[in-house]
Design a protein around this ligand. Structure first.
Ligand SMILES: Nc1ncnc2c1ncn2[C@@H]1O[C@H](COP(=O)(O)OP(=O)(O)OP(=O)(O)O)[C@@H](O)[C@H]1O
Length: 245
């Protein structure tokens, strides 16, 4: 589903992310962890060709599309519909004057997907939200609810992969846990490929099969989540683990 080889993202002369190898198959979950500024979000955005102004090289294949060479039309096919991007603050990306239900109906109509009240209610219930949320405006829901709404919309559109960029603030740990809980269940039920970005190694290891640890744009350690957590081989990974509350 996702295949990355020797991905390099540069802004000017500075390499902000270098990922030698990253694979996520259907039903698998891979987490990218590291402190703020380590290149996690940049890596995620590069997978959808969304690193504006950057020089990107290497090989990136997502849902059969060669992201670095594909024409804009092919990239639009995977963005939003086949691959869901769950952002740190999804409310910011939503129109503040449009109710969530209207927004969902428009998106489903655009892709010729069933946009009946019942189908929309089922979509939000699948991420453990009350269908009443469809009558709310984006500023009337919490960050975690907005993230779950974004996942519901993606699933209704038939997404095969979810890329989630988790909030980095320690205050948001309950939100993260809430969203990760939903993703964990959906991954099993629907065979979604999941790529999670987080600074919280302990949280992601509860869902991820494999973990990549990034520092200053480089992958310093990668491997099965259980191994990385139990026997971290890099001092930086040990630091991340020791920093946990
Ligand atoms: N458009 C840009 N132009 C120049 N530098 C950028 C740009 N976007 C990101 N960077 C730089 O790339 C580096 C990696 O940023 P990135 O957002 O990927 O880190 P991160 O690990 O996701 O951090 P956070 O957890 O805070 O989101 C940072 O030093 C950042 O300043």
């Amino acid at each position: 589903m996702i295949e990355v080889r020797d991905l390099r993202v540069r802004y000017g002369t500075r390499t902000v992310a270098h990922v030698p190898e990253l694979d996520v198959g259907a039903g698998e979950c891979v987490a990218v962890v590291g402190e703020s500024g380590s290149g996690k979000s940049t890596t995620l955005m590069a997978l959808l060709g969304l690193t504006e102004g950057a020089e990107v090289s290497g090989h990136v294949r997502v849902c059969g599309v060669d992201v670095l060479t594909a024409p804009a039309r092919r990239l639009r096919e995977i963005r939003g519909a086949r691959v869901a991007l769950v952002m740190q603050s999804p409310q910011a990306a939503l129109s503040p004057t449009t109710r969530l239900g209207v927004l969902m109906r428009r998106a489903l109509d655009l892709h010729d997907v069933d946009a009946s009240e019942r189908a929309m209610a089922e979509a939000v219930e699948a991420v453990l939200l009350d269908p009443a949320i469809l009558r709310r405006y984006p500023h009337e829901v919490s960050g975690g609810q907005a993230q779950r709404f974004a996942i519901a919309l993606a699933l209704a559109l038939g997404a095969e992969a979810v890329l989630a960029d988790e909030p980095t603030s320690a205050l948001d740990v309950t939100v993260q846990a809430e969203v990760v809980g939903v993703l964990r269940r959906l991954r099993k039920e629907r065979g979604l490929a999941l790529l999670l970005v987080s600074h919280d190694l302990a949280l992601v290891s509860t869902i991820a099969d494999r973990v990549l640890v990034m520092k200053d744009g480089e992958v310093v350690e990668s491997g099965p989540a259980a191994r990385v957590l139990a026997e971290p081989s890099h001092p930086y990974t040990r630091e991340l683990l020791e920093a946990l509350p």
